[in-house]
Design a protein around this ligand. Structure first.
Ligand code: HPA
Length: 273
């Protein structure tokens, strides 16, 4: 399958007919963080299955709909439910959500996810603003024919996570009720959680948290020049940090408990954009 500019335009054109305004900010909500989108005003909800050339989410705790709406005057479009390579999507397919958001006209992209803490000073319920990432496995979402309408074949990612947005997020941490760190996220393909040896390796390489999402979307945003903020909700200590097995339930429960504070924090950042 070759993904051309027209391929993404088919999704965007369908959505533009349904929504009579242009969103300023796109948000991809991670596991358990879907409730944020419910707080938007004047919502227009579009199930992924209705959108031509789009993907359908299969992950637990994730809804699978695009939610347009406003938050204190800011025009937003949220993906409630995201796509991961472990679901069987190709890395090229994982470009679709961010490229469609770009074609809808967003000026800023915010990514959120659930992650395991490699940094032993972090605690479940904390937040980590991504300063950078490590991706040593899995393909690039930009492999295959370049789509020059989005960006160049070779592109710089040294400031992928926009410094001004990171500073804003750290500033808004005060009064959020959350402990907010800044750190490096390392991508693992999943769906298995990491081994304790992989987590020790990740720590040696400089990672503070690990997860199975976000990086493909971040690279797609970087390719088309979208300013980007990415934030991880720490749902568990990574494998081997504690002498206990990791579980989907633990991740879902921590995400659910922190959802309200995290939503408030996200809203305060969006208001300041
Ligand atoms: N590893 C990978 N992905 C995750 C984790 C983890 O420990 N926690 C939440 N998502």
């Amino acid at each position: 399958m070759t993904y051309t500019y027209e391929y993404y335009q088919a999704s965007a054109d369908y959505l533009k007919k349904l929504v009579p305004w242009t969103p300023d900010i796109g948000i991809i909500l991670g596991s358990g963080l879907g409730p944020f989108a419910e707080t938007l005003q004047d919502k227009i909800v579009v199930p992924y299955g209705d959108i031509p050339n789009f993907l359908v989410s299969t992950a637990p705790y994730q809804a699978g709909k695009l939610i347009f709406g406003t938050l204190n005057g800011k025009k937003l479009v949220c993906l409630s439910g995201r796509f991961h390579s472990y679901e069987g999507y190709s890395y090229e397919q994982l470009t679709i959500p961010v490229r469609v958001l770009k074609l809808l006209g967003i000026q800023t992209l915010i990514l959120t996810n659930a992650a395991g803490a490699v940094n032993k000073s972090y605690k479940p319920g904390d937040v980590m603003v991504l300063s950078d990432h490590i991706k040593l496995n899995g393909d690039s979402p930009m492999r295959g024919p370049n789509v020059p309408e989005f960006g160049p074949r070779f592109f710089d990612v040294s400031k992928l996570y926009t410094p001004a947005l990171r500073s804003l997020a750290l500033e808004k941490a005060k009064g959020s009720g959350l402990t907010v760190h800044e750190g490096v996220y390392m991508f693992f393909t999943g769906p298995q959680y990491e081994t304790p040896a992989e987590i020790r390796a990740a720590r040696t390489l400089g990672a503070d948290a690990v997860g199975m999402s976000t990086v493909t979307e971040a690279l797609t945003a970087g390719h088309c020049g979208l300013p980007l903020l990415a934030m991880a909700l720490i749902t568990n200590m990574a494998a081997g940090v504690l002498d206990q097995p990791l579980s989907e339930e633990e991740v879902g429960e921590t995400a659910g408990r922190a959802a309200e504070l995290f939503s408030g924090y996200l809203a305060s950042i969006i208001e300041a954009l």
